[in-house]
Write a protein that binds this ligand. Structure first.
Ligand SMILES: Nc1ncnc2c1ncn2[C@@H]1O[C@H](COP(=O)(O)OP(=O)(O)O)[C@@H](O)[C@H]1O
Ligand SMILES: O=C(O)C1=C[C@@H](OP(=O)(O)O)[C@@H](O)[C@H](O)C1
Ligand SMILES: [Mg+2]
Length: 176
């Protein structure tokens, strides 16, 4: 069964997804990268030129395609589970893992990477923590529909990957 990683921006989906896929010899796909390949530009530019609604539509369409790829670890965007019936599609076609992360950790990471994320670009550093807190509160009911919630607090990428592997084997999602 395919594995989908969900969670807020900066929670480590792209980083951990790559490590997990390589550990279990699965293909790795990042939905953001699939979108960028399709549009032949950056997500930030697409947001600026076409707007968020167009982005969410494309994200929804490419999600459906990505979920059909065999033996795949799929890292989704932070907003993917929140729009259309995406969370239902994710859970119907993969085993979903929510990388749960604290607001201070997310803020610390995203303050450095704000410019690559159109949802955050307009914020000042001082407003970032408050925005993340509110936004995460709005999104968490979607994230919490995941098959497994992994608390990543104070854990490095390798430890998180190993905890995920243990869980997936214990649940018989993975054989080896
Ligand atoms: N467990 C971790 N510990 C410390 N830094 C991390 C961890 N996971 C990810 N990071 C860092 O946080 C930033 C965001 O990670 P990324 O994988 O891009 O998140 P996402 O895809 O969920 O937005 C990157 O700079 C990455 O190196
Ligand atoms: O949370 C969001 O709405 C978004 C998260 C981004 O992915 P990451 O979670 O990998 O940063 C990317 O899909 C886009 O910028 C929108
Ligand atoms: Mg990512």
């Amino acid at each position: 069964m395919n594995i989908s990683l969900i969670g807020y921006m900066g929670s480590g989906k792209s980083t951990v997804g790559k490590l997990l896929a390589s550990a279990i010899h699965y293909s790795f796909y990042d939905l953001d990268a699939l979108i960028e390949k399709e549009i032949n530009s950056s997500i930030a530019d697409y947001f600026r030129d076409k707007g968020e609604i167009a982005f969410r539509k494309l994200e929804h369409e490419l999600l459906q395609h990505a979920l059909t790829l065999p033996n795949t670890v799929l890292s989704l965007g932070g907003g993917t589970p929140v729009y259309y019936n995406n969370m239902e599609l994710i859970n119907n076609s993969s085993y979903s893992v929510y990388l749960q992360t604290t607001i201070p950790t997310l803020t610390q990471r995203l303050v450095k990477e704000k410019s690559q994320r159109p949802m955050l670009q307009h914020l000042t550093d001082e407003n970032l923590a408050e925005f993340i807190a509110k936004h995460l509160f709005e999104r968490r009911t979607f994230y919490e529909q995941a098959n497994f919630i992994l608390n990543t607090k104070d854990r490095d990428e390798k430890t998180i990957t190993n905890l995920m592997l243990d869980h997936l084997r214990h649940q018989k999602i993975l054989q080896q």
